[in-house]
Design a binder for this molecule. Sequence first.
Ligand SMILES: *Cc1c(COP(=O)(O)O)cnc(C)c1O
Length: 429
Amino acid sequence: MQYYSLHNNAPKVSFSEAVIKGLAPDKGLYFPEKITPLPKSFFDTIENLDTIEIAFQTIKQFVGDEIPETELRDILTDVLSFDFPVVDIKENIGTLELFHGPTMAFKDVGARFMARCLGYFNRNNDNKVTVLVATSGDTGGAVAQGFLGVKGVDVVILYPSGKVSDIQERQLTTLGQNITALEVDGVFDDCQDMVKKAFLDETITDHMQLTSANSINIARWLPQLFYFVFAYKQLKSKGKDIVFSVPSGNFGNICAGIVAHKLGLPVKHFVAATNVNDTVVRYMKTSDYDPKPSKATISNAMDVGNPSNFIRIQQLFDNNFESLKNSFSAYSFDDNATRKAMKEVYSQNKYIADPHGAVGYLGLKAYGLEENEYGVFLETAHPVKFLDIVEETLETKLQIPKQIEKVLNKEKISVKTNDYKKLKEFLLH
Ligand SMILES: *Cc1c(COP(=O)(O)O)cnc(C)c1O
């Protein structure tokens, strides 16, 4: 499998090169040259396949022969060592819980898969790769945990001081080994700007191989397609048309769902649910793509003003606005509506949704499910990751799961960084 740059101004590369580079030299996102649907029999008999077999069959064309079958199956077994249950909420609505991994957010699967792929590509050489990533909260923890102890990979995480939750901060500052957390005196956008600057700085890139671990990286992005196939396996016997509502920020998760659809997964419709950062929602109304700076909300992992993966979604629909509209809708909701939805699901169905899941639930309501449709909203993080907001909104106390308890009394270690010069010094030391 070859990958090309969506800016069409860079050479095609293999899977491993695309993973190691992250972004193409022309700054375009890499995209698979071809997506071949799986045989219909795969979906017809999916109930007989286990998680690893499903994952292997759906990802193998994207990896090609660069990771041999046995190693790829080992990687998948390691990555997918927890559950992805669909929990019924109402008559025709369920939630796909993606928070049973080590950091309790859905980014665990992508981060772990990318880490193990890079580890495999580095197995025989001493060339280090440095993963440089800015986080507004969840990415940092998942990347830190996913890459911990991976040979040949150093991880540098930039996070805004005082702007991430206590649990999120501990998840990314307490691991040590090959993981360093840089605590930036600023906001998320400052972290992001410093990372972008470093990728363009030849005085750095001439000395080291930098790569990114957010969803622009194909190894972070593509394995998320598993979720939608795992959900289908659980829902198939209902005999209904499935509508997925995906709480979206950078639109990587929903884009992976659309890739699963391209592989032949029966899905009736995709709903992108956003908070007030509504660039895509406005685009779907006007066909004018007009990104705005991000605004802070209670669903902070989706505070993205210019979603990087939307260009991939357009490509999946051959840049045809009408065909995009047939399969894809987008709705946005403010924090008030989000809190109301959290309360509604809790009082009516005794289910505790985190703010991101609640936005997904609202997406299904706005879409308006029909008689023969079953709606699934993705629960992208465990409510405990947004402890204060959830406890205050629902007026209840949450139990702290053991994955989280483990980090609560570990000591935070971070390197204070106040400007780009500091970052550069740190990288080149
Ligand atoms: C990252 C994240 C999202 C947004 O996912 P995208 O792939 O960026 O659209 C939603 N919810 C949570 C909890 C996240 O961490």
